[in-house]
Design a protein around this ligand. Sequence first.
Ligand code: ZN
Length: 89
Amino acid sequence: MSPFPEGAVGPVRTCVGCRVRASQSELVRVAWDGAALVVSRTAPGRGAWLHPQKTCWQTAAKKGAVSRGLRAPVPATVVLELADEVCGA
Ligand SMILES: [Zn+2]
């Protein structure tokens, strides 16, 4: 018996934007390095996971979900700027 949902590979995380659960391989991890929001699977500290879809980032920015997930004061504009980098402007 696999502990993971059928079709998922590896650990499952929840997208902080749309709140849908997905395997890590389908999501992008962001972390707060103290001054900037970075996309990294290996950055230390808390991470927040998002689909590489702009709607998820927009929802997360609007709800402050990234700040909450990272316990850091991440401005919505910073989340949206990174969304442009990750998802394309
Ligand atoms: Zn999502």
